[in-house]
Unconditional design. Structure first.
Length: 158
C-alpha cells in the first residue's frame, strides 16, 4: 500500500543526521512549520507512516524531530536524507495568523477565478502569488488578506 496515494500529501521537509542518543534527528522543514506544535502529527517518510513524538527548535533556524518508536541513533540514521510528507487532513494546524500552511492550497481555486499559484518567504513574511482571471499579483499571507473558514481558504481583498 502506498501511503502517499491514500490522500493528498505534501512535501514539507527532509530528514538530516541524528542528534543525541534518543532518536532525535535534524529536519530541514518548511519555515511555516517551525513555530507550529507538530507533536502527535503523523507524517510519511519513505512510504512509512510515523507519528511525531517531539518537535523543537535547536540553535538558530534549526529543528529537531523525534518519532515515536525511534529511540536510537541507528534507528534515526535509517531515515536520514528521506523526504517528509504531510497529509492535507492537517489543514487544521494553524499559525498565529489562524491560517493553515499555504502549501495545501497551491493551484487551488479559492473563489471564482482566484488561484494560489505558489508561495515564498521574505524575511518573516509569507507571500503568495495569486492569479485572478489573467492577472498575477503578490499578496501577504496573513489575516488581513486571507481567512480560513469551514475547511476553505478565502482571499479577502480584491
Amino acid at each position: 500500500m502506498n501511503l502517499l496515494t491514500e490522500n493528498s500529501s505534501y512535501l514539507i521537509g527532509k530528514l538530516g543526521k541524528p542528534h543525541g542518543l534518543q532518536g532525535y534527528q535534524y529536519i530541514n522543514i518548511d519555515k511555516y512549520f517551525r513555530d507550529i506544535n507538530m507533536n502527535d502529527v503523523s507524517v510519511v517518510v519513505d512510504d512509512r507512516s510515523f507519528q511525531i513524538e517531539d518537535f523543537k527548535s535547536h540553535l538558530k533556524d534549526r529543528n529537531l524531530i523525534k518519532f515515536k518508536h525511534i529511540n536510537s541513533i541507528d534507528e534515526a540514521e535509517n531515515n536520514r536524507n528521506f523526504d517528509v510528507y504531510i497529509s492535507d487532513k492537517y489543514r487544521s494546524l494553524k499559525n498565529k495568523e489562524l491560517l493553515p500552511w499555504p502549501g495545501f492550497f497551491i493551484n487551488y481555486e479559492l473563489s471564482d477565478e482566484v488561484i494560489v499559484l505558489d508561495y515564498f518567504y521574505s524575511s518573516k513574511l509569507i507571500l503568495c502569488n495569486v492569479q485572478k482571471k489573467d492577472e498575477v499579483f503578490v499578496v501577504s499571507y496573513d489575516k488581513d488578506n486571507f481567512i480560513y473558514k469551514d475547511d476553505s481558504l478565502y482571499l479577502t481583498v480584491n
